[in-house]
Write a protein that binds this ligand. Structure first.
Ligand code: PMP
Length: 404
């Protein structure tokens, strides 16, 4: 019966991780993984998450009943305030339809499904994605019958933002097109627009009545400051750009496997938000019935308790600061000590978990084959995979492939 099913290729990131794990070389380095590692290259349970888990599990009234279809109410409202801001005009007007989702991936999926059903595409059913973007975006929209087109984003010549290309794409796309943008710490490039550039981008959205999907998977990770990393989103809300936000707590709370996230659709008024919420609930029911409770309870506890919230912010700064420190030290090794050919300023200018090194596919492959340094073929490295023990080894390996 299943003769027509073709063999699918393995997911490239998971394949890379498997190759790393199978490699017996003692100094091997894994820069493919999109998860935070501490200075000992270990997964890090945030101390505040440990504390909140302990509080939860010692509560004798805790049970395992279903959550409401749209999620744990105190999680959903806290998550909305966290991303949109306590002073959000949309929250004040009660015109945000928020639903708990299966982390950021689930938020993207539910958003895509909702748009596929209810967005009035003027022409083609298409979403514009940045070139490059998180590869899963393509599959997520493909699955709900929305075509994908890319807009210029990354300029390989400057290893920075192709701002003019991005803007031109916004201006030349048909009115009311749907554009997905990364809220901060763009994956995979680590290249974000400046505040001023965001203002110009918002203006282009308004002029063409485009719809914005904000994917926020790294709030706090970019700058170490939750509010600063939500600035673009909050600016778009204030300017009245029609939009929704996909929010993940995987990275900023280290809750990867617990699948904690939310979708927030900012509607023009309360009555619309109520109708939208009712349909998101209908879609959610047929997809997952009820979202998972454990991670949502942990986050709700942290968001609802000022003391725990302060501790969380300190934990986020611990992660962000370690990554920023790795950027500075790598930059200094390449530039001042090894005098590696080329300009490496992008290492410190890029933001968040990832850095696009600018090296070629062949050089990336040479790093794997000759130095046991594992990274994706586009030259992207996870800064979280670097630490005080492997930094010099990596810098010297990079220096070698650049010189040959
Ligand atoms: N969006 C982007 C841009 C991402 O990088 C990620 C994580 N790699 C996600 C969404 C979703 O992650 P998760 O489902 O684990 O929250």
């Amino acid at each position: 019966t299943w003769d027509i099913v073709p063999q699918a290729p393995p997911d490239s990131i998971f394949k890379l991780t498997a190759a790393y794990q199978a490699d017996p070389y003692p100094q091997k380095v894994n820069l493919g993984v999109g998860a935070y590692r501490d200075d000992d290259n270990k997964p890090w349970v945030l101390p505040v998450v440990r504390k909140a888990s302990h509080i939860l599990l010692s509560d004798p009234t805790l049970h395992h009943e279903y959550l409401p279809i749209t999620g744990l109410p105190e999680f959903v409202s806290g998550a909305a305030r966290l991303i949109l801001g306590d002073d959000s005009p949309a929250l004040a007007d009660d015109r945000v339809a928020s639903v708990q989702t299966i982390s950021g991936t689930g938020a993207n999926h539910l958003a895509a499904l909702f748009l596929s059903k209810y967005y009035q595409f003027d022409g083609e059913r298409v979403v514009y994605l940045s070139d490059p973007t998180w590869v899963n975006h393509f599959a997520i929209f493909e699955n709900v019958g929305i075509k994908q087109r890319t807009y210029p984003y990354y300029d390989s010549k400057t290893i920075g933002l192709d701002f003019d290309g991005f803007l031109a794409a916004l201006q030349s796309a048909p009115g009311r097109s749907v554009f997905l943008v990364h809220a901060c710490a763009h994956n995979p490039t680590g290249v974000d627009p400046t505040e001023e550039q965001w203002e110009t981008i918002a203006q282009a959205f308004i002029a063409k009545k485009h719809y914005a999907i904000f994917d926020s998977a790294y709030q706090g990770f970019a700058s170490g400051d939750l509010d600063r990393d939500a600035k673009a989103i909050r600016y778009f809300v204030r300017r009245g750009v029609p939009m929704l936000v996909c929010q993940s707590f995987a990275k900023n709370a280290g809750l990867y496997g617990e699948r904690v996230g939310a979708l927030h659709l900012i509607a023009p008024n309360k009555e619309t938000a109520t109708r939208v919420r009712s349909q998101l609930s209908v879609l959610q029911r047929s997809e997952i019935s009820n979202p998972p409770s454990y991670g949502a309870r942990v986050i709700a506890l942290i968001l609802g308790n000022p003391e725990l919230f302060e501790e969380w912010k300190a934990d986020i700064r611990t992660m962000a600061d370690r990554i920023i420190d790795m950027r500075k030290r790598l930059h200094s090794l390449l530039t001042n000590e090894l005098r590696t050919p080329g300009n490496w300023d992008h290492i410190v200018n890029q933001i968040g978990m990832f850095s696009f090194t600018g090296i070629s596919t062949a050089q990336s492959k040479a790093l794997i084959d000759d130095a046991h340094v594992y990274l994706t073929s586009n030259g992207r490295i996870s800064m979280a995979g670097l630490n005080s023990k492997n930094l010099r080894y990596f810098a010297e390996a990079l220096d070698r492939v650049v010189r040959t």
